[in-house]
Design a protein around this ligand. Structure first.
Ligand SMILES: [Zn+2]
Length: 247
């Protein structure tokens, strides 16, 4: 059985990767805007195709880097915790298809970041704020930009997505990577147990997080043919594998 605290530490380590890469991307985007953008109170990346392409390249790099780092963290976790050498298969199986891959989900957050920064840049121009100060403000109000004094003054109707936009992009990027790590490691453990002839497993709740699905699945035998899944973000439910027939 995997050590839950140990797995949580591999996932926690990804948080540092995400913060570091996110910070780098924010600074690169702000610098790009300052260097090549048409800085006005109506700043739009799309207004300049060259600028837009360069911004997209920075965001693609952010997604690629985070997807690679998550995969690497998961690989090391599997290497250190399991005697299992088909990590790549486990990773591919837990990565979704088409619009549900880790990369696609990271890209979605990247496009939220791009929109978020467009507004921040316009506000910085109007309020005579320099680029390093802007970086500090963006990071400080990531949880909810509407609580910053600058955003409070914007007429809400003028925002493309209205008040609903208040998701912390860094938090979402972190969650996507951490779920990929936890999911892949659990899946590798399930593959390994299946190959070694396990007949069934029992899921145990690893946290008190209120999840009906996890609660429903817990504490009863599940045939080994049913792959282990993580129904919600950072699910810490774990499996006990059994090698005798279900009685
Ligand atoms: Zn769970």
């Amino acid at each position: 059985m995997l050590d839950n605290d140990r797995l949580a530490r591999y996932a926690a380590a990804f948080k540092k990767d995400a913060s570091k890469e996110f910070d780098k991307a924010v600074m690169a985007l702000i610098s790009l805007a300052w260097e090549k953008g048409d800085l006005s109170d109506n700043f739009l990346w799309e207004a300049n195709p060259q600028l837009d392409a360069e911004a997209n390249a920075i965001l693609r790099d952010l997604s690629d880097t985070l997807a690679e780092k998550a995969k690497e963290r998961a690989r090391v976790a599997v290497q250190e915790m399991l005697d299992f050498d088909e990590f790549d298969t486990a990773w591919d199986q837990t990565d979704g298809d088409d619009y549900d891959t880790i990369l696609f989900r990271l890209d979605m957050q990247g496009s939220h970041l791009k929109d978020l920064l467009a507004i921040w840049i316009a506000l910085a121009v109007v309020n005579n704020i320099g680029k390093s100060e802007l970086r500090v403000l963006v990071l400080r109000y990531l949880n909810n930009p509407f609580t910053s004094p600058l955003w409070k003054r914007i007429p809400i109707d003028s925002l493309r997505w209205g008040r609903g936009y208040s998701r912390n992009v860094l938090e979402q990027l972190t969650l996507i990577g951490q779920n990929a790590i936890i999911g892949a490691v659990r899946f590798a453990e399930w593959m390994d147990a299946s190959e070694r002839g396990a007949k069934y497993y029992i899921r145990r709740r690893g946290s008190s997080y209120a999840c009906d699905e996890c609660q429903e699945l817990a504490n009863k035998p599940i045939p080994i043919e049913v792959p282990f899944v993580i129904p919600h973000g950072r699910c810490m439910c774990y499996a006990e594998y059994f090698f005798d027939e279900i009685v």
